[in-house]
Design a protein around this ligand. Structure first.
Ligand SMILES: O=C(O)CCC(=O)c1ccccc1C(=O)O
Ligand SMILES: [Mg+2]
Length: 341
């Protein structure tokens, strides 16, 4: 075994499986689960959603191994402005969460769905979305910014109808994240509405993120460390798009959020608040060094924190077995040159 492969084997032997309850259901989940692992550069998180197949989990593992093995790249700033993230909750709850966050930007889930799962019946939920947005505007005040995320839940017609309506309800939207699934549909919506469009799933699940740019599908790119294969890889992709970047979390623990903050810190330009204010979605965390925004900002970390609270959130026997088996299957997919030379 060469030294790099030996380190990978050693890192994969340090795994701890966590399970943390969420305050409100998000993306159809109520408990966030995943694996932490430790390498020479520190702790790293591997927590692909359970609906991802093994192949789709590969970049998530490469990202974790990269974090465990290598220090962050050079930083261009010391703190990051973040949005608070509002799940599909009641208007009162949305206002309460936004007010408590201290953030000046809120990202609100819309489209009657909360995550990548398509759920039709948008006609019934549009009113609820509008009411939630009005409540968030009240809580933020006129100077605050509101962005919405439809998680690809709309057809072109639905998006073109919903966006002006929600823009009015929010008294102005900063942008709409992933209104539709397809690149051509995104481009059509982008040409048809007066609100900027951000691509998330179109970047994160794509074979080639550059197709978003070629299709004219977005004004901004949402970039997440884990699905793009690590901080360095995400940095390369972000720069290649030439678009303004919003670094976002996958509802990570303090360990995963540190990698997102490192990416945000390393970007040469960063003009929009990032989606890294997600710690408050979790009912607890693996580390006492939680990434909770102060005045809407988070510090850029020197390294991922120690998971000194892990014992409180250690997963049970069955879920631990599930995650370790999953990790083993995904590790077997690592490029051969890296694992058994
Ligand atoms: O961007 C944010 O504010 C939080 C991250 C977020 O919304 C998210 C978290 C997990 C999975 C998907 C998404 C998403 O942006 O669609
Ligand atoms: Mg999104």
């Amino acid at each position: 075994m060469n030294p790099a492969d030996r380190t990978i084997t050693e890192i994969l032997a340090t795994t701890k499986v966590f399970a943390i309850p969420l305050h409100d259901e998000f993306r159809g989940i109520t408990v966030r689960e995943g694996i932490l692992m430790q390498g020479p550069a520190g702790w790293a998180e591997f927590a692909p959603f359970t609906d991802y197949d093994d192949h789709a989990c590969l970049p998530w593992l490469q990202a974790a191994l990269d974090t465990a093995q290598n220090p962050w790249p050079a930083m261009h700033r010391t703190s990051i402005e973040v949005n608070t993230t509002v799940a599909v909750v009641s208007p009162d709850r949305a206002a309460e969460l936004v007010a408590a966050s201290g953030c000046r930007t809120a990202k609100v889930k819309v489209g009657g769905l909360d995550g990548g799962v398509l759920r039709r019946g948008i006609v019934n939920s549009l009113d609820a979305d509008a009411e939630r947005l009005a409540a968030v505007r009240d809580a933020l005040g006129p100077a605050g910014k509101i962005r919405i995320d439809a998680n690809a839940g709309w057809s072109v017609d639905e998006a073109v109808r919903a966006i002006p309506l929600l823009d009015a309800a929010a008294h102005g939207l900063e942008y709409v994240e992933q209104p539709c699934a397809g690149l051509d549909d995104m481009a059509t919506v982008r040409r048809s509405v007066g609100v900027p469009i951000a691509a998330d799933e179109s970047i994160r699940r794509a074979e080639d993120p550059m197709r978003v740019v070629l299709a004219g599908a977005a004004d901004l790119a949402v970039v997440k460390v884990a699905p793009l294969g690590g901080v360095r890889q995400a940095l390369r992709i972000a720069e290649a798009t030439g678009l303004p970047i919003v670094v976002s979390s996958a509802v990570d623990t303090a360990v995963g959020l540190a990698a997102g903050l490192a990416l945000a810190g390393a970007l040469p330009e960063l003009d929009f608040a990032c989606g890294l204010g997600t710690a408050s979605l979790l009912a607890g965390d693996v580390s006492s060094a939680r990434q909770m925004p102060t005045d809407g900002r988070l510090p850029v970390p020197a390294a991922a924190p120690q998971p000194d609270r892990l014992a409180e959130f250690e997963a049970g026997r069955d879920r631990t077995a599930y995650w370790l088996a999953r990790l083993q299957r995904v590790a077997a997919l690592l490029p051969a040159a890296r694992i058994n030379r």
